[in-house]
Design a protein around this ligand. Structure first.
Ligand SMILES: [Zn+2]
Length: 304
């Protein structure tokens, strides 16, 4: 799909900080806003001294139109260069990927600490997708979070400055509206802790796990960062894994009974072994760091 087809849900126009993405109609939570393939993919572990040459070589393989698109992108350094453009706009292609990519449209999406959209790299399609996290009004700017939003204000400022070289001027950081920054920071610290719960806990102590997930939903709602769909997905996923484990275990028991395996052999059946820690490629619902919680966005400067 061409991201700039006539039926697209956004337009790129002037924002308070350069260009930005704006909704051209009301967008419902969960709607796909953008589906974009990178103009160019680059390996991240290129030695610093060879970086410029490497990027130039990759870009030289592109058509004239794509090359022109790359040079339209913003460079936050004083003089425009391919390395600078990449550092300013690059996105890691998945959490553990050794590649990062440069996107023409995605590069216009600005950051907010209270984002109304999220992006997700889909390896099987080789595309970055942007989804609405909440209902977005026509004319509203569409923003994602470039960093883990569960950092408190000071940490967010520090990370954004270090990795992206800008001071955040979102409504939360400017303390506009009815926000109580102190309470917000406290909620985000709690959310960060809750986010780190291991999926295995859902199997070891499902009740406690679910109660913590529910607390997470409450905090998210209070915080106005509507990642609830993500949480619901996680709960659904953990339930599903729990059921799957049970099913696998029961099936094995049944098979064992049918083939008259001596009872003691069942000791070898270890439900935990079957369960597991989510294998990203097999999941219907991606593991949480791949879904709602943006963490990768741009290429940290120190990587170059
Ligand atoms: Zn902010």
């Amino acid at each position: 799909m061409d991201e700039l087809e006539a039926d697209c849900l956004f337009e790129i126009k002037q924002s308070k900080n350069g260009l930005g993405m704006f909704a051209t109609r009301n967008i419902n939570r969960g709607e796909l806003i953008l589906n974009e393939k990178p103009l160019v993919k680059l390996k991240q572990n290129v030695p610093k001294l060879q970086l410029n040459m490497y990027i130039e070589h990759q870009v030289s393989k592109l058509g004239e139109q794509d090359k022109a698109k790359i040079f339209e992108l913003y460079d936050n350094q004083s003089s425009k260069s391919l390395v600078g453009i990449f550092k300013t706009n690059g996105y890691m292609l998945g959490k553990k990927s050794e590649y990062c990519g440069l996107f023409y449209v995605m590069a216009r999406v600005n950051h907010s600490c209270r984002p109304n959209a999220t992006h997700h790299w889909v390896e099987s399609e080789g595309a970055q997708k942007v989804f609405a996290l909440k209902n977005i009004d026509s004319g509203e700017e569409i923003c994602t979070s470039y960093i883990d939003p569960f950092e408190d204000t000071l940490n967010r400022k520090r990370i954004l400055k270090k990795s992206f070289d800008f001071e955040c001027s979102c409504e939360l950081c400017l303390n506009k509206g009815d926000f109580d920054l102190e309470k917000s920071d406290e909620r985000r610290r709690m959310l960060k802790e809750l986010q780190n719960m291991r999926p295995r806990m859902g199997l070891q102590n499902p009740d406690l796990f679910l109660s913590k997930k529910k607390l997470m939903l409450t905090l998210l709602k209070e915080e106005g960062i509507e990642y609830d769909s993500y949480c619901v997905n996680r709960i659904a996923y953990d339930k599903m894994e729990s059921e799957r484990t049970k099913t696998v275990h029961e099936t094995k028991m049944k098979v064992n009974q049918e083939v008259s395996v001596p009872q003691h052999k069942e000791v070898a059946i270890n439900p935990h072994k079957e369960v597991a820690v989510p294998q990203h490629k097999e999941l219907a619902v991606p593991a949480h760091k791949e879904i709602g919680i943006p963490h990768h966005f741009s290429v940290p400067r120190e990587r170059f």
